[in-house]
Ligand binder design. Structure first.
Ligand code: ADP
Ligand code: MG
Length: 248
């Protein structure tokens, strides 16, 4: 099944070219360039307020760029409607519909898109299988644990078959034990689906274990991009060393 998923999924590159963002007179992202390869798992780390969420929101189209271009799968999406970018975003607040069952929560986006009922059923069953939430489909969000709710939120992203998954600190509301098991789930999800994923966290362990490459941000600028090992063993400067590098 995983091989089937892999071959079925397109692997979209994501390119940021000279991307800037200011809120009023405050510059929060400064002339940022980055290329994420197709199928890559890239983790953004950096202190609170450094611009991680703003970057993700610009890629998703939820925030306008002040300057620069964003390309997904080679296509310039800078002015494209969020719904047409092929992106699904998972947040830390699960934002499930409390009055709907898990099944209805998973199906909702597809119903809006007028997907045929049989196809919706197939997608929902497939996502439930991947996330092991089949037994929960008839429950309401209020009857789920935090980890189960976060699974449903990820399931809702999966059923839309996005090109790209963006995760904004998806596990930060969970207790330590659940964070570990969900981290393993997310790594498995990436192996099975093979999509390009960008994942924001301030948890060093999540960054080190999930990332193909880590992007270290400070004050809206990239301090270093590299594999977990490169960043850990060879931090570009004291800031990176302090944040994730090994002590030297
Ligand atoms: P992070 O996710 O890394 O904690 P954010 O991207 O949320 O950082 O924020 C980056 C900076 O932009 C912060 O200084 C924040 O206060 C500011 N910011 C974010 N959103 C807005 C907004 N809608 N209006 C004004 N300032 C904002
Ligand atoms: Mg944030």
């Amino acid at each position: 099944m995983s091989a089937q998923h892999n071959s079925a999924q397109p692997k979209a590159t994501i390119e940021l070219k000279g991307v800037r963002k200011s809120f009023g007179s405050v510059d929060v992202i400064h002339d940022l360039d980055l290329k994420v390869e197709g199928g890559e798992f890239v983790v953004f780390v950096g202190p609170s307020g450094c611009g991680k969420s703003t970057l993700l929101r610009m890629i998703a189209g939820l925030e306008e760029v002040t300057d620069g271009d964003i390309l997904i799968a080679g296509r310039d999406v800078t002015d494209l409607d969020p719904a047409k970018r092929g992106i699904a975003m998972v947040f830390q607040s699960y934002a499930l519909y409390p009055h709907m069952s898990v099944r209805e929560n998973l199906a909702f986006g597809l119903e809006i898109a007028r997907t045929p009922a049989a196809e919706i059923r197939r997608q929902v069953e497939a996502a439930a299988g991947i996330l092991k939430i089949g037994p929960l489909l008839d429950r309401r969000p209020g009857q789920l644990s935090g980890g189960q709710r976060q699974r449903v939120a990820i399931g809702r992203a999966i059923v839309r078959k996005p090109l790209v998954f963006l995760f904004d600190e998806p596990l930060s509301n969970l207790d330590a034990e659940l964070r570990v098991s969900m981290r393993v789930e997310i790594a498995r999800l990436h192996r099975e689906l093979g999509n390009t994923m960008i994942y924001v966290t301030h948890d060093q362990t999540e960054a080190m274990t999930l990332a193909d490459r880590i992007v270290v941000l400070r004050d809206g600028r990239i301090e270093q991009v590299g594999s977990p090992r490169e960043v850990y063993e060879n931090p570009a400067n004291l800031f990176v060393a302090g944040f994730i590098g090994s002590p030297r």
